[in-house]
Design a protein around this ligand. Sequence first.
Ligand code: F0G
Length: 456
Amino acid sequence: MKTIIEPFKIKSVEPIRFSTVSEREEILKKANYNTFLIAADDVLIDLLTDSGTSAMSAKQWAGIMDGDESYAGSRSFFRFERVIRALTGLKHVIPTHQGRAAEKILFSIVGGAGKSIPNNTHFDTTRANVEFSGAEAVDLPTPEGKQPGLIADFKGNINLEALASFIENVGPKNIPLCMITVTNNSGGGQPVSMANIRAAKKLLQPYGIPLFLDACRFAENAFFIKKREAGYADVSVRDIAREMFSYADGCTMSAKKDALVNMGGFLALNNDDLARQARNLLIVTEGFTTYGGLAGRDLEAIAQGLEEILDEHYLTYRLRSVEYLGDKLTAAGVPIVLPPGGHAIYIDAKAFAPHIPPHRYPGQAIVCELFRVGGIRSVEIGSVMFGKYAPDGSLLSPAMELVRLAIPRRVYTQSHIDYVAEVVLEVFAGRSSLRGYKILEEAPVLRHFTATFAPL
Ligand code: F0G
C-alpha cells in the first residue's frame, strides 16, 4: 500500500517561533510550570488540545463571508439546523458557544442534588457542570479501558454490568440521563462500539432513562466502527454516525472538534419539554434561539465542517496520522495507551516515570520536560486534572496518569510529527532524571487550568 497522504493542499500558512532550551526554561519558570499559562507564541508545536485548533477549509472560510448575521431566523441557522438534523435525526437543535455551554444548560435543568449521571468517562468540563449543579458524576469504564497497555478494539465502551447495577442501587428516578462520550477522551481517546451504544440504550429504555451522546468526536468514533466492528466495513461513515445517533435521545457537541471550527457547539434533543426549558435558559445565558452564543458565520462554518468531517479520505488520513506517531513511540518502547486513539496519543506516565508517585504528579513532570526539550506543549490528564482530596488531606488519584499529545486537525504535517517523536524519545531516554512537582496554589474546580507548580 502507498503512503497515506494529507487529502488537502495548503493555501495559507502561519509561522511558528523557534526558541532555545534556555529560553524555554525561563518561559516554564515564568508560567509556574503550568503549560496552560504559557503564551502560545512561545510554543513550537502545540499539542495542548485538538479543540478549536483545526485548520478550516477554503469552503468554510467562504462560509464565513456568506454567514447571515440576522439576529433572528438567520439563513445560516437554518443550514446549521438542517445539517445537524440530517446527521443526528434529533428534533431540536440549540446552538451554543461551545460544548460546555450545552452541558451547563442541560445539567442546570436535569441535574441537582440527589441526581446521578453515569458516563463511560466524563470529560473535565462535563464532570464540572454535573457537579456544579449539585449532582454526582459517575464514571463507568470497562476493565479493559483502565489498562493502558492492553490492546482491544473498543476500550472506550461504557461498562454495561456496572451500569445495570448502578441503576438498581441508585434508582432510575435519580438518574435523569446516561451519557456516553464518543470517543472516550479522558479514557485515552478510545472508541465506543455500536454494539455497546445499542446495548446501553436497550438497558436504559425500560427505566425511561434517556441516553445522551457527548458527540465531540463522533466522526472519528464512527470511522473506528467502520474499521473494527463486524458488519460495518461496507457501511458509509455517514450511515454509521446516523445509526450511533439513532440510539440517542439527545447530544451535546463541541463543534471545536469534529465540526472543524475554532468555536461553536450545540445541544440537540427530542424531548419537547426539555427543549423548551433549554431554549429559555439559552436566551438568558447564550443568546437568541437561532444563534446561541455564535455569529451567523460560525453557524455556516460548522454546517460546512460537519459535511467535510465525514469524508473517508480525511478520516483515513486523520486516524493514520495519530497512529503514525503512536507506532514510532511504541517501536522505541515508550509506554502509551494502546491502541492509539482518534485524536491524540496518551503517554502512560506511571510506566514512563515509575519513580514519581501520583501525588508528585509524574504526568506534569513529563509535560514540562517535553516543553523544555522541544517546545512541545501537551497536557496532563491524571492526578493534576482529576485528583481530589480525602478528608485527611491525602490525594485521591484517578486510575491512570496520562500525558496527552493531542493532534490538531489538518494543521501539522508528517515532518512536524517526526520531530515530536524525536523529542519524546529524547525525554524518554532521560526519564530516570525526571523529578516530581508540588502544587503551590490551586482553584477549587478545574484546578489544572490555573494551578501553579514548583519542581521538587
Ligand atoms: N466533552 C468532551 C469529550 C471534550 O473533550 C470537551 C472538550 C468537552 C466536552 C467540552 O467542550 O471545550 O467546547 O466546551 N475538550 C477539549 C479538550 C477542551 O482539550 O479535550 P468545549
